[in-house]
Design a binder for this molecule. Structure first.
Ligand code: SF4
Ligand code: SF4
Length: 327
């Protein structure tokens, strides 16, 4: 199988980005938070670890992009230093936040500091579950101010079954808020990840502007470093996936070699989580998000003897599809 794994590794593109989950602390406690972040958590990533992994990822994988997520990354008191470090190394940066800082009296200064640290992209989560804690006006205000300063700004609007807010209603709201602060709302990019309340999958609502996601856009395309300094297989929302494939070792190359040799992960990459699950277990799974399928796979992982379940043709197909994805 060594030869097959080398073939697979040579086909797929090396990781282009590194994601840091800089803390497990959050100022709020969304019902659906899959990382179980909350104000009581208090772990923060070590700044020297971040710098070390950025350097490593640049030399070993030629990465181009650094993502800072959490928890709420703005609670890390050296987040600007980390953004600046990546910028000075010629990398693009993205930060994923709930936008609570839109309420700051000195919002202009907050955004100026962000801009001068070199931040390229801001993702604000402001959907149903976030609005329970942070007024929509506040998150959108943060987004509008950042966007005006030339930071590419994307707003994620997760939704909930039975309480759907239509895209057109969001746009009406954005218009109003834009007018209130005299900012151009049209620059904002709207997107939606599906809300997946912990253990309440049936409540997830597939809103009109969500495409069904069949492939994972993170696995093998990025590497993730947890707030405790461990390397994780993906920035996926399901910890179970990462509990199996995570390491405290600091060798990214070795870690990458190990995870790209896992047939289950190869299958998730090429066939996607949904088809992989179907190949392994019979049944109907009413999930909407790829990470949910992964979670189900991982829950049953001890039952799988993947090599036995997969035919020769499956392995040929994995290589073929991986090639297609790459080109
Ligand atoms: S804002 Fe994000 S990190 Fe914080 S509790 Fe909500 S989902 Fe979790
Ligand atoms: S779909 Fe699976 S592999 Fe991809 S990010 Fe989600 S949990 Fe990770």
């Amino acid at each position: 199988m060594g030869k097959y794994n080398n073939l697979f590794r040579n086909i797929i593109a090396p990781p282009k980005r590194i994601t840091f989950l800089v803390t497990n602390k959050c100022n709020i406690e969304c019902d659906f938070c899959c990382f179980a972040c909350n104000p009581r958590n208090n772990s923060f990533i070590n700044v020297d670890d971040v710098k070390y992994f950025i350097r490593k990822a640049m030399t070993e994988f030629n990465i181009k992009y650094v993502v800072f997520s959490g928890g709420e990354p703005f609670l890390h008191n050296r987040i600007h230093e980390l953004i600046s470090y990546a910028t000075k190394n010629g990398l693009g940066t993205r930060i994923v936040s709930n936008g609570f800082w839109g309420a700051a009296i000195n919002l202009e200064d907050v955004v100026s500091t962000l801009k001068s640290s070199g931040l390229t992209e801001l993702n604000i989560s402001a959907g149903y579950f976030h609005q329970k804690y942070i007024p929509f006006d506040t998150s959108i205000k943060a987004a509008l101010y950042a966007s005006e300063r030339g930071i590419r700004t994307l707003i994620t609007l997760e939704n909930k079954k039975n309480q759907p807010v239509k895209l057109k209603d969001y746009i009406i709201e954005l218009k109003k808020i834009g007018k209130k602060y005299n900012k151009d709302y049209k620059e904002l990019i709207l997107t939606n990840t599906l809300a997946i309340p912990n253990n309440k999958y049936n409540e997830a609502y597939n809103s009109e502007f969500v495409q069904e996601m069949t492939l994972c856009d993170d696995l093998f395309q990025g590497l993730t470093v947890n707030f405790d300094g461990s390397l994780k297989v993906c920035c996926g929302i399901k910890n179970q996936v990462n509990n199996i494939w995570k390491t405290k070792s600091r060798s990214m190359k070795q870690f990458y070699k190990r995870i790209t040799s896992e047939h289950l992960l190869q299958s998730i990459y090429s066939f996607g989580p949904k088809i992989t699950l179907k190949k392994l277990i019979k049944g109907f799974f009413p999930f909407n998000h790829p990470c949910e399928f992964c979670e189900q796979i991982m829950k049953n992982i001890s039952k799988f003897e993947l090599i036995e379940k997969f035919s020769e043709k499956d392995f040929v197909d994995i290589l073929r599809i991986a090639k297609e994805i790459h080109h």
